[in-house]
Design a protein around this ligand. Structure first.
Ligand code: FMN
Length: 304
């Protein structure tokens, strides 16, 4: 038997595999394909204080080894989540984390305060890194001062585990990570999407209505891995790694770079069973390498 259990501060994950926000709906969409209780946790869709329509279509485009999206945080708002979605999903035998997004600080604070009241939600993931909304979003995650200010305000009202999702669209992500750690973040997750664009040369038009959007998938993995490695060395709180993880081998690389847990995003669109396959693949790797405890692999990259 191998031990797959990891801890994000006081939050216990039965294994390090979680699904990434915006790519797994509310979990319900995947119930026909996998047993959700097999996962360490799920991150539900970006949730905002008010209902949001999202951006106009087209808002997804395939790119070499990845995709661009500009969904723009489409959701029915936090009140709808609390009253209608939470009662449907709170029986899942795994950690349910709500990805909280906003335009101004008060949005984050209000939304976090409402989620704080939900018994079966042990944590939120504060999204200060969305590149697809005009106001707020990524703007908060690209300077130490603004990242710190939103975390400080939310920390006052949110009493459970506070994970902060960082933007890769910065010069020094480790500095932002240190700034949010100093304001009381319990963990950081990275990376959100990289700002990108695609053009159809025949029509001479951009492929997305918003012209630019968020790049994800295998093409971002080397950037994500590098950032996870840098951040893991800079902070004392746990790091959750994501960006282009398609299989167990990718997941192990993030863990070796210093991630305590990982999230699977774009890969869910290709294979809805990929997350549980990755749990199995991690187990196989551990047996093959005679590692009995997953915690022994965290940050165990050999640099000599
Ligand atoms: C269609 C789509 C929607 C997304 N929506 C959100 C969101 O609501 N909140 C968020 O923090 N990240 C969102 N993301 C970013 C992912 O959670 C993840 O950070 C990113 O895609 C990188 O991981 P991946 O390469 O495994 O997909 C979204 C990504 C995609 C592709």
């Amino acid at each position: 038997m191998v031990n797959l259990e990891v801890k994000l501060k006081d939050m216990i994950l039965k294994n390090p595999v979680m699904t990434a926000s915006g790519t797994f709906g509310y979990g319900e969409e995947f119930e026909d394909f996998i047993d959700i209780s097999q996962l360490g946790g799920i991150l539900v869709k970006g949730t905002t204080r008010h209902h949001r329509e999202g951006n106009p279509y087209p808002r997804m485009a395939e790119t070499p080894s990845g995709m661009l999206n500009a969904v723009g945080l489409q959701n029915k708002g936090v009140e709808y989540f609390c009253n209608n979605i939470y009662p449907r999903i709170n029986h899942y035998d795994t950690n349910i984390l709500v990805n909280v997004s906003g335009s101004v600080i008060e949005d984050y604070v209000e939304t976090a305060a409402m989620i704080n009241e939900l018994d079966k939600i042990p944590a939120i993931e504060l999204n200060i890194s969305c590149p697809n909304v005009k106001e707020g979003g990524m703007a908060f995650g690209t300077s130490c001062a603004s990242a710190a200010s939103v975390v400080r305000a939310v920390r006052k009202v949110y009493k459970k585990h506070l994970m902060v999702k960082l933007s890769p669209n910065v010069t020094d992500i480790a500095e932002i990570a240190k700034a949010v750690e100093a304001e009381g973040a319990d963990s950081v997750s990275l990376i959100n999407t990289l700002l990108g664009m695609a053009i159809d040369s025949e029509t001479r038009r951009p492929l997305l209505s918003t012209i630019t959007g968020g790049l994800s998938g295998p093409c971002v993995k080397p950037v994500a891995l590098r950032m996870v490695w840098q951040v893991a060395q800079a902070v004392n709180i746990p790091v959750v790694g994501l960006g282009g993880i398609m299989n167990a081998k990718d997941a192990i690389e993030f863990i070796l770079a210093g991630a305590t847990a990982i999230q699977i995003g774009t890969a869910n669109f290709i294979d809805p069973q990929v997350s549980v396959k990755i749990v199995e693949g991690i187990k196989d790797y551990m047996i093959r390498h005679q590692v009995s405890d997953i915690n022994d692999l965290i940050g165990a990259i050999n640099l000599k």
